[in-house]
Each structure stands twice: as C-alpha cells, then as structure tokens.
Design a binder for this molecule. Structure first.
Ligand code: SF4
Length: 278
C-alpha cells in the first residue's frame, strides 16, 4: 500500500493562534486557567490542555470571580462576554479572526434591517455564537430548509452569512436556493483553510482516504463528507491501529484543521511500518 499525505492538511491559522495563546497562558504562572468549552474541537488537544492544568467549563458562572478564562476559537456570544465582564474575569480571547468577521457581517445585516440567515448547523457552537449577535436570525442547514423558509414579508431582503466550517459546495447551493426565492445580500462562504482542505480531498485520485480528527470537529467531518473515495475517520492511534485497509493500493491521509501534526506523523509512521512488515 502506498500512502499520500494530502496538502494542505492539519492546523489552520485560527487554531495555531488559539493554541499559541493557550501555551503562553500555561507558561504564565497563573495558578489555575479556565477555558470556556473546548478551545478547538479535538480530543488530543483538549487532553493535552487538561494535563497542562486547564479547567474546562461551559459557563462563565462556573469560573471564580477575577480568574483567567480563555474563550474558544469558534467564537462567543455577546451575552456570554457580558457575563464574564460582570464576574470581572480576565478574558483571553482566542476567537479566530474569520469567525469575528462573520459576527460583524451578521450584525451589519441586522442593522441594515435585513432578515439574517445563517447557513450552518444549529447545534454547532460557532452558530450559537453568531445567533447570540442576532437573536432573531434563522439557521438554514440545507437546500430543502432554504426552499421551505417562510417569506420574510413584503420586499424584505435577506442578509446571509455562514458557519466557516461547512461543506463549501453546500453553502453555495443553499445561497443559490435562497436567491431563487428572495432578494439576498450574502457574505456566506467557508474560510480559506476549510476550502483548501476540502479541495485537496475532492482532487485525491487514490482508492481510499483516511481522515484524522475528532468526530466532534465540524471541519473534520466535512472532509469525510466531500471525499469521493472510500473514507475512514480516526481520532486516536487505537482507531488507526484497528483500521482494516486490506486491498487498498493508494491511501490518502489528511487531517482536520484542529488535528495535531504529531498525530498525523505517528499514524502515517505506523501505517508505513505495518505495510513494510506485511
Ligand atoms: S477552520 Fe477557519 S474559521 Fe475555523 S479556526 Fe480555522 S481558520 Fe478560523
């Protein structure tokens, strides 16, 4: 079996920036550092942060007054920020700049009086953060949902934004479906890192693909979704060791934007030595 590591793969600029802030905090001598939700959606990263002493919480109310709290890369709603201010928490904000842009676009559309639509998955933390900016926004997750969207009323236009880690083609299809029915202003697009990793997966010509990353990571799951060959997802070395790759001649390997490079190297090393020993 030959192995081809797809390029680009792995950490994006947003995750690298967030982890840089976390590492700096870990070395700052603070006795206890809190992190609101997972900093990024990867179990290996979160496990490593726990070992470095980070405490994960779901609400600023669970952080002692005046303590340091790290906000996650996928964004935080204004209500949560206000709660952190009220508790005089020392906030280190690791929100990715691309997510901040989506928050601003949603606010701008709302201020212009447009009906705001978020193309994304309603349960995802990034979408909940955007909804916090514009509580009346509607979340649309598919073309079918776009086609079923109630008319917002006489001549009212829609302002459309999107979650940064969706399937890029699906975002385009949903926006096109909305344009067929409504007057639409749109900034909806996935971020560059998401698009580049999806494009590399779609262009892969081998017979199977291994995507490394957590099942809780939206961008990782989307890589599986856009793949055009038989696809495996593994989040740990135990899962890599359990793969049955019999008959695969050319295996592509890629990783989500929150997956550490060290995991990819270990997985590829294991697979290469397993092939050599076969
Ligand atoms: S996937 Fe995109 S939006 Fe999310 S952290 Fe990375 S660069 Fe930022």
């Amino acid at each position: 079996m030959r192995i081809e590591v797809l390029q680009p793969h792995g950490f994006c600029a947003g995750v690298t920036g967030a982890l840089g802030k976390a590492h700096k905090l870990a070395e700052s001598g603070e006795p206890r550092i809190y992190c609101l939700h997972e900093l990024v959606h990867n179990e290996l990263v979160v496990g490593d942060m726990r070992r470095r002493g980070f405490v994960f919480v779901d609400d600023p109310g669970d952080v002692p007054e005046g303590a340091v709290v790290l906000f996650p890369a996928h964004g935080t709603s204004p209500a949560v920020r206000a709660k952190a201010r009220a508790r005089r928490l020392r906030v280190v904000d690791a929100t990715c700049p691309f997510v901040e842009r989506v928050h601003k676009a949603a606010r701008d559309f709302a201020e212009k009086g447009l009906g705001v639509v978020i193309v994304g998955k309603a349960a995802h933390a990034e979408v909940r953060g955007i909804l916090g900016e514009v509580p009346g926004a509607i979340v649309v997750g598919s073309v079918a949902e776009a086609e079923a969207l109630p008319d917002p009323g006489a001549d009212k236009a829609l302002g459309v934004v999107s979650q940064t880690t969706m399937n890029a083609d699906e975002v385009g299809e949903v926006v096109a479906a909305l344009r067929r029915r409504f007057r639409v202003e749109s900034t909806a697009a996935v971020c560059g890192a998401t698009k580049e990793r999806q494009d590399a997966v779609k262009a892969f010509k081998g017979d199977a693909l291994l995507v490394l990353g957590s099942k809780t990571s939206s961008n990782t799951r989307r890589l599986c979704e856009v793949s055009r060959v038989r696809t495996y997802l593994a989040g740990t070395m135990d899962e890599v060791r359990a793969l049955d790759l019999q008959g695969v001649e050319l295996l592509g390997v890629t990783s989500g934007a929150s997956t550490p490079e060290a995991f990819l190297k270990e997985a590829v090393g294991f697979l290469r030595s397993a092939c050599a020993g076969a």
